[in-house]
Design a protein around this ligand. Structure first.
Ligand SMILES: Nc1nc2c(c(=O)[nH]1)N[C@H]1C(S)=C(S)[C@@H](COP(=O)(O)O)O[C@H]1N2
Ligand SMILES: [Mo]
Length: 325
């Protein structure tokens, strides 16, 4: 995703294996010496077992679940893209622990009849919580399988009653450079903004997400609330949302503004449309105990719409997906 560094894409595709190993060894050693407290804020990442999350009550298993083996919690919480906390994969785990996620409000506004500011604890009770195991495919070429907890975004949308002018929905992440050190770096325009067309936002797969592995979201994964859109590249799934805005015009997303030729508004997972700088035909699945264990596995084919075509292809009937990438 990183497009302004001379080294280009910042992913394990080009991670130097020795450097990666050394850094990990260092972190392990640091943990052993007990100096990790200052480095890994909540102290949760090294073990991957106990994170800041509390158990979410009343979660039922959803039929919207894939059978692929789950990515372990350790990998999901230690290998993140979250540029508000830095552009290295381990920056969010090191730095996001300090983010204050209470009190937290989500302002819902724009082309709706019932604008409302939701307190996060009200949002948690808005609709029954479901566990959904989704594939997550990052535009960089890696993927995970994550047991999210949340409810369909449509539940919220119905309650605020969109007007006839509501054609799109915009998600805005917290803007707070004091808490989010990465916002001092202009790799993106802050705050992080993402968006969907209204029918995409209403689709039952689009999940307003409050947890993973049965617990409240770890900060590095977008606490206290994010969206997850499993048939699109991961960057469409904005973290730490403070505003949801209904609009008539298509929102300008942070990634479109950063690289219009590279990141389109739709960004559906599509193995036949290459990113200008790399192929999207294949991906590496992170599915072992740690990210490192999966780094050198064979690649697998990327699936059209990330394997959700049966459910979402009709949203794009008649559209040229090479133009509307
Ligand atoms: N606010 C915000 N949301 C974000 C990002 C970000 O940098 N900032 N990165 C995106 C990208 S590129 C990916 S792949 C996913 C990663 O989600 P995860 O770390 O929970 O796996 O978050 C997305 N949401
Ligand atoms: Mo990503």
């Amino acid at each position: 995703m990183l497009i302004r560094r001379s080294s280009g894409i910042k992913s394990y595709e080009i991670t130097d294996r020795d450097a990666f190993l050394k850094r990990r060894e260092f972190m392990r050693a640091a943990a052993g010496l007990g100096i990790v407290g200052g480095l890994y804020s909540a102290g949760m990442v090294m073990s991957g077992k106990a994170h800041a999350g509390t158990r979410l009550p009343g979660v039922t298993k959803s039929a919207y679940t894939v059978n692929d083996p789950l990515t372990p919690l350790e990998a999901i919480t230690s290998y993140n893209n979250y540029y508000e906390f830095g552009t290295d994969k381990d920056d969010p785990a090191r730095q996001a622990g300090k983010l204050k996620t209470r009190p937290w409000q989500v302002k819902v506004e724009g082309e709706i009849k019932k604008p409302k500011v939701y307190d996060i604890d009200e949002l948690l009770k808005l609709a029954p919580l479901e566990e959904r195991v989704y594939r997550m495919r990052c535009v960089e070429g890696w993927s995970m399988v994550i047991p999210w907890v949340g409810f369909p975004l449509a539940e919220l949308i119905k309650r605020v009653e969109p007007t006839g002018n509501a054609k799109f929905i915009e998600f805005v992440t917290l803007l707070d450079p004091a808490q989010m050190p990465g916002q001092g770096v202009r790799v993106l325009q802050w705050p992080y903004v993402e968006g969907l067309r209204m029918d995409e936002a209403m689709h039952p797969l689009t999940l307003l997400t409050l947890g993973l592995y049965g617990e409240a979201l770890p900060n590095q994964n977008g606490a206290p609330v994010r969206v997850v859109v499993p048939w699109k590249y991961g960057f469409k799934s904005a973290k730490a949302i403070v505003k949801i805005r209904f609009t008539e015009q298509q929102p300008k997303t942070s990634w479109e503004l950063a690289g219009p030729g590279e990141y389109g508004f739709y960004s559906n997972v599509n193995p036949t449309v290459d990113h200008p700088r790399w192929s999207q035909a294949k991906e590496r699945r992170i599915e072992k105990g740690s990210v490192l264990d999966s780094l050198f596995d064979k690649k697998r084919d990327t699936l059209m719409f990330n394997g959700y075509g049966d459910q979402v292809a009709q949203l794009y009937a008649g559209m040229d997906l090479k133009k509307n990438f």
